[in-house]
Design a protein around this ligand. Structure first.
Ligand SMILES: [Cu+2]
Length: 178
């Protein structure tokens, strides 16, 4: 069979016809792939009257809220005005996250120490200063459930994209004969 001038195989025409739909679908699928947020908080150790409690030990932040899947970055400071050593640690499941690392202690006026980790599941997780946990230097990380569908794993979106492209190609090649 002779092909007329300018002939483009039908399957290619159909594939091209479905391309905008595939691209649109892919865009919809990939757009909400908003990387989980990184929430940053500076937490300072306080001593004395600033705490308003009997022991005189506390943090200036007692509650940190974020969504499941988010990363938390805590910058911990032990201000030079303090007299004691402190740190900031959190227990998440079996993991201990501390600033300074490994449950080390920061002296007054030490440079800020930071720690960053992911909160994979909803729940409430204690944070505390190792030496002063029992005397008021503590707080809680409140992790709320992820908002619907916006915090999927990248692999999930990639597979949806692949399904979208395969679907478009299948439709293109299966279109009825003219
Ligand atoms: Cu302390």
């Amino acid at each position: 069979m002779r092909r007329p001038k300018g002939f483009v195989p039908r399957a290619v025409c159909r594939a091209v016809r479905f391309l905008p739909a595939a691209v649109l679908l892919a865009a919809c699928v990939l757009a909400p792939s908003a990387e989980a947020a990184t929430v940053e908080r500076t937490v300072r150790a306080l001593e004395g009257e600033a705490c308003g409690n009997a022991t005189g030990y506390c943090f200036d932040v007692t509650e940190i809220r974020l969504a499941a899947g988010d990363r938390l970055r805590v910058v911990f400071e032990n201000p030079a005005a303090n007299a004691d050593v402190h740190n900031w640690c959190a227990d998440v499941g079996l993991d201990h996250h501390c600033a300074p690392a490994h449950h080390a202690l920061a002296r007054p006026g030490d440079p800020p120490a930071s720690v960053e980790f992911r909160l994979p599941v909803a729940g409430a997780f204690d944070f505390y200063c190792d030496p002063h946990r029992a005397v008021g230097m503590n707080g809680v990380i409140v992790v709320e459930g992820a908002s619907g569908g916006e915090r999927r794993q990248p692999g999930f979106e990639l597979s949806l994209f692949a399904v979208a492209v395969l679907g478009a190609l299948t439709l293109a090649t299966r279109a009825p004969r003219a």
